[in-house]
Design a protein around this ligand. Structure first.
Ligand code: KG4
Ligand code: ZN
Length: 348
């Protein structure tokens, strides 16, 4: 029998968060996140082997804590969802092995989901209204895309992507130039609050008329990173706060100009902003302001649901169960890279 409000546990281990979420239908019951970020900070980036080992150690306690938080038992579950791609392969394998083991032992369906689509699908937990088509701006540490979303099951299409660095990667690299710790996004966000966003005019990649012909919805951030590096060399006395604020402004403006253009050009009424960079306070503020001006509904998950979490995986898994999607066979292969926005892996 098809369950309208399935109880689904979602496991996320694509990078440095071991995270488990539990949802019932579109309601979030538990969201437990263990991050190994402090073990990577001194290396200036995530070390894959350290991340995998940390996932192994954290997996069972995080699952137990999530079950306690939701006040449910493993046997109550209607399905297990897990991030299958993209991500660090060793890290993904810990999550997919745990999920496959659970699905097999409990005899429950398994759904391997696309991490990128899951970032956007977490928006479905914000209300129980029917899901409306939307444009999504997906901005994380590894990806920056504009995506057209219909129903999250069969209708998710990329309109454009970054052609070099991701937005989060740009934040992390510029933070390093400013001698800020890893991960740089939250650090720049904080420092920028003390600076002037108009102090320095940094380049906004792929926004010239000639660029828009072939790259209307694509991004490029590597030129911006180089511009910040050059600016710092030529202006050693500059206030770091102003550099942080001006850099952040350039990123936010270019992301939003392209995302809102997509909403308008596709005749949509809703913009969803998701992924770790969606936690950025300036991006959130500017997006809500611009949405109000243009009469476009802007939805941005709470910051804890923007960065990697298990709730987003469970949310997409729950949509899979309630729409009777084909489960993923046990033994499917996790993939480091995902070239499409197909929501589920291992099924045709
Ligand atoms: O989605 P996410 O947690 O992991 C990936 O799937 O990549 O995104 C992590 C990225 C990092 O690059 C981090 O610096 C950035 O999101 N980030 C932020 C903020 N919080 C996290 N960037 C800007 N402002 C923030 N407040
Ligand atoms: Zn992510």
């Amino acid at each position: 029998m098809l369950k309208e409000e399935p109880l689904v546990l979602g496991i996320e281990t694509s990078c440095d968060e071991t995270a488990v979420g539990i949802v019932q239908g579109r309601k979030l019951l538990a969201n437990v996140i263990f991050s190994s970020v402090s073990q990577h900070a001194k290396f200036g980036g995530v070390v894959p082997e350290i991340a995998s080992r940390a996932h192994l150690e954290a997996m069972i306690p995080v699952i137990s804590n999530a079950l306690d938080e939701a006040n449910v038992k493993l046997n109550d579950l209607d399905g297990i969802a897990v991030t299958g791609a993209p991500g660090l392969i060793g890290a993904l394998l810990v999550g997919t092995s745990a999920a496959s083991g659970l699905a097999l032992a409990l005899n429950k369906p398994l759904y391997a989901v696309n991490h990128l689509v899951a970032h956007v699908a977490v928006d479905t937990l914000s209300d129980e209204e029917p899901i409306k088509p939307a444009i999504a701006l997906l901005v994380s540490g590894g990806h920056s895309s504009i995506v057209k979303v219909g129903d999250f099951i069969s209708d998710v299409n990329s309109l454009g992507n970054t052609i070099d660095d991701a937005a989060g990667e740009a934040f992390d690299k510029v933070a390093r130039l400013l001698d800020l710790p890893f991960p740089g996004g939250p650090e720049i966000d904080n420092l920028a609050k003390l600076g002037n966003p108009l102090a320095i005019e940094f380049p906004q990649g792929l926004t010239l008329k000639k660029d828009l012909v072939y790259h209307q919805y694509d991004f490029s951030f590597s030129g911006l990173k180089t511009a910040v590096s050059r600016y710092l060399k030529n202006n050693p006395q500059i206030k770091k706060e102003d550099v942080a604020a001006s850099f952040q402004e350039a990123v936010a403006q270019v992301l939003l100009s392209k995302a809102f253009a997509a909403v308008q050009n596709f005749g949509m009424e809703r913009l969803i902003i998701a992924g770790g960079v969606a936690a950025n306070s300036r991006l959130r503020h500017l997006a809500l302001e611009k949405g109000k001006q243009l009469g476009i509904e802007v939805r941005i998950p709470a910051p804890i649901l923007c960065t990697d979490n298990g709730a987003m995986v469970a949310a997409l898994g729950s949509l899979a169960v309630s729409s009777n999607a084909t489960p993923t066979p046990i033994g499917f292969e996790a993939m480091a890279v995902s070239t499409t926005f197909a929501p589920f892996l291992g099924v045709n």
